[in-house]
Ligand binder design. Structure first.
Ligand code: ADP
Ligand code: MG
Length: 481
């Protein structure tokens, strides 16, 4: 048994989600991302003395939506605090955040690792603003500062130390990312830093009840890096403890290129920040009616939709994949208003439509075919009017080019309508039987496999348009006389 197996890794995450509001958290500056530095700034973002912040309604609504989705208790009297520290990209000298009275309390997230579900408890979710960005690699002698990001609204989701492996860290980050996208409160774009996590890591020997001293790896903006950083840090701590050292609570930086964590500073305690209520901002007071009206704007969540979709005949796998994206859910819901073949609707979306979107590098939002039109195809296949193969290989590509055309007419024009009328098929069946008298004999003596030969002939005679099911039935009836 390796020495590392004698230790358990304990991790708690502080996940920062950048919201997709139009304006910043406390002023009307544009909150969107741009490469053009210092263009989304006003006297408030610049922290000029005498300027006043104003809370952003959409930030509050986004926090409540996320809190409701995660089973948190909504704090009806939350408030903003100042967290005081000096940093070049923080012109006010303090960050507006929430300390003693955050907007959401408790709650939990269900994560899945290797097919097994686990509940991760949340401590709370709070609202805050982002700081600006210091840029150290553009000038040999100076650091540059871009304040576009200063004041951009964030939610910080603070988990309890319930995670036990790098895989669980990744699962929690990706679950949160999917949820905030689903709720439509963030673009969840990790490359632009819209979701990033501080990873608190400690180790303890198996069987020990108390947690070990933790270190906090700051600002990890990729799930792959988070996994690597946590694994590296846990190993570093075990090595240290095994050598007889002690872990000192500190803040670390992770370098993705070297895969190594390095100390930034030993961890400040909360009292170093001298948190106090921001006197410039009022209490955020929410009534039951406010909360109910925010809830009414929320989409139905995967946790509700998955069981319903399974009851409609979808597999659990299909239901899960389908509900990964809200636009796909909306599309699916609309198809099944026009056809009762839900399972087929899911198959179309997850196979033919998905491959087409991937090939075109498009999302469902840019899919040209209306749900009603796709439902019409599903109906044509279900009624055996068009074969499944012809529908996906010929009709679908044609529909993409002519999304408005009536589906039945298009199928007719492409010559895809199967011959299902028994009286028309009868002539082909009779010809096929007449062609092989000795095989008819053999068939009647028990070589039932010969049905394939007759079917092949019927298909040939009908130019492939005979409905196989009807033709097969008719053949059997005639051969068995
Ligand atoms: P602070 O008040 O200093 O920010 P908290 O107790 O609020 O510290 O915890 C911050 C984060 O650290 C939370 O996500 C929590 O789960 C995590 N955490 C706390 N103690 C430990 C520990 N011993 N090991 C790993 N993570 C921890
Ligand atoms: Mg903290």
């Amino acid at each position: 048994m390796s020495v590392y197996d004698q230790y358990e890794t304990v991790i708690g995450l502080e996940i920062h989600v950048q919201l997709n509001t139009n304006s910043k958290a406390f002023c009307t500056d544009d909150a969107s991302f741009t490469d053009d530095p210092n263009t989304h700034i006003s006297i408030v973002s610049l922290g000029h003395p005498g300027t006043l912040p104003r809370a952003n309604k959409k930030q509050v609504e986004s926090a409540v939506k996320l809190g409701l989705a995660l089973g948190c208790t909504i704090n009806k009297n939350s408030r903003f605090d100042r967290k005081n520290y000096f940093y070049a990209d923080l012109p006010k000298g303090y960050q507006i955040t929430q300390d003693a009275e955050p907007i959401c309390l408790g709650g939990q997230v269900t994560i899945e690792v290797d097919g097994k579900e686990k509940q991760i408890r949340l401590h709370h979710i709070h609202m805050e603003e982002d700081a600006g960005k210091s840029i150290h690699d553009q000038d040999p002698d100076h650091s540059m500062i871009d304040l576009n990001r200063a004041g951009v609204p964030l939610l910080e989701i603070v988990s309890e130390p319930d995670l036990r492996s790098p895989e669980e860290v990744q699962a929690l980050m990706s679950t949160i990312r999917r949820l905030v996208r689903y709720l439509g409160i963030s673009d969840g774009n990790m490359e632009e830093g819209s979701v990033r996590a501080d990873c608190n890591v400690s180790v303890r020997k198996w069987g020990v009840d108390e947690y070990g001293t933790r270190c906090e790896i700051k600002n990890v903006n990729s799930m792959r890096f988070a996994k690597k950083a946590v694994a590296y840090e846990a190993k570093r701590q075990v090595d240290l403890v095994e050598r007889g050292g002690t872990v000192i609570q500190s803040t670390l930086d992770f370098n993705p290129e070297t895969g190594v964590t390095t100390p930034l500073r030993t961890k400040e305690d909360a009292h170093d920040y001298r948190y106090f209520p921001d006197p410039d901002l009022p209490l955020i007071v929410l009534t039951d009616a406010d909360i109910a009206s925010i809830q009414a704007q929320m989409p139905e969540l995967p946790s509700v939709l998955i069981p319903r979709f399974i009851a409609m005949g979808l597999t659990e796998y299909d239901a899960k994949v389908l509900t990964e994206d809200r636009k796909t859910v909306d599309y699916f819901k609309e198809i099944v208003q026009h056809t009762k073949h839900s399972k087929q609707a899911a198959n179309w979306l997850l196979n033919t439509v998905k491959s087409w979107l991937n090939e075109q590098n498009k999302t469902i939002a840019a899919f040209p075919i209306a749900p009603k039109q796709l439902a019409a195809v599903i109906e044509l296949v279900a009624s055996n009017t068009v074969s499944a193969a012809a529908a996906s290989q010929q009709l679908f590509p044609a529909m993409v080019k002519e999304p408005e055309t009536n589906v039945q007419s298009l199928a007719k024009r492409l010559n895809l309508i199967q011959e299902s009328d028994a009286s028309n098929l009868e002539a082909f069946v009779d010809q096929a039987i007449a062609k092989f008298p000795d095989k008819v004999n053999a068939y009647q003596k028990g070589k039932k496999g010969l049905i394939g030969l007759f079917m092949g002939e019927v298909m040939r005679l009908s130019d492939g348009k005979a409905n196989p099911k009807v033709a097969n039935q008719l053949l059997r009836k005639k051969l068995e006389v």
